[in-house]
Design a protein around this ligand. Structure first.
Ligand SMILES: [Fe+2]
Length: 230
């Protein structure tokens, strides 16, 4: 009896913390900065090349670096069963993970004029906008008002409400990710952090938001809607 119990315990031996960390870390590929599909200067004059370069290589990269650091600490805390440390990391993961997700969507939501930027596409997106907002003008007006009205730093969103099968305009504070915090599937995001516009528009957020619509990649927004509804 005694022998078999020892053997059984040996068979169930818990891996050392170090092995668990490496195994967990291996399972989680670190986040990496996505390439843009256009040059930094191609969104001018709507958004300057200087803003785009800093926004992409400095701000987005910082969210990624901080997310990866937090995820490494999380793997360590999980391996140790340190629930307090796990809980302490949640805010950093939400903020930096949200920053990574939001910006990854934002870059694809944009396109240079002449390469799809500002060009509405036919399809279910246009049909739903027409049915719910009566015109593109009304949609952009309402989304602009919501985005301009964000207090402090945050995002304006056009999302898809899967429950009610409708488009929805929403705002999020800081880097709160839309779907994780509201349930809406993100279709089009407008970054209204000052780092997204201050070098060019100073404090005039409404002018920046107005310009953004000149470079919205509506084909990408339609693709996201198609994915959300299929
Ligand atoms: Fe940003």
């Amino acid at each position: 009896m005694m022998f078999s119990r020892v053997a059984c315990n040996a068979a169930r031996r818990v891996p050392s913390a170090g092995r668990m960390i490496s195994s967990s870390a291996a399972a989680r590929a670190p986040a990496v900065l996505p390439d843009l599909t256009y040059d930094y200067g191609e969104l001018e004059p709507a958004i300057s090349g200087e803003i785009m370069k800093i926004h992409h290589t400095k701000h987005h990269q910082a969210y990624i670096n901080n997310l990866n650091a937090a995820m490494e600490k999380l793997a360590d805390a999980e391996a140790k069963g340190d629930v307090t440390a796990i809980l302490q990391l949640q805010a950093a993961i939400k903020f930096n993970g949200g920053g990574h997700l939001n910006h990854s969507i934002f870059w694809k939501n944009l396109a240079p004029v002449g390469k799809g930027g500002g060009e509405m596409v036919t399809g279910t997106l246009a049909d739903m906008i027409e049915a719910q907002y009566h015109s593109m003008g009304e949609l952009t007006e309402k989304m602009s008002a919501a985005s301009v009205g964000v207090q402090g730093s945050g995002w304006g969103w056009l999302g898809y409400d899967k429950v009610n099968k409708r488009l929805a305009i929403a705002t999020c504070a800081n880097q709160d990710p839309l779907e994780a915090t509201t349930g809406l599937v993100p279709l089009l995001g407008i970054d209204v952090w000052e780092h997204a516009y201050y070098l060019q528009y100073k404090n005039v957020r409404p002018d920046y938001v107005k310009s953004i619509f000149k470079v919205v990649n509506w084909a990408d927004v339609q693709e996201r809607l198609t994915a959300a509804t299929s």
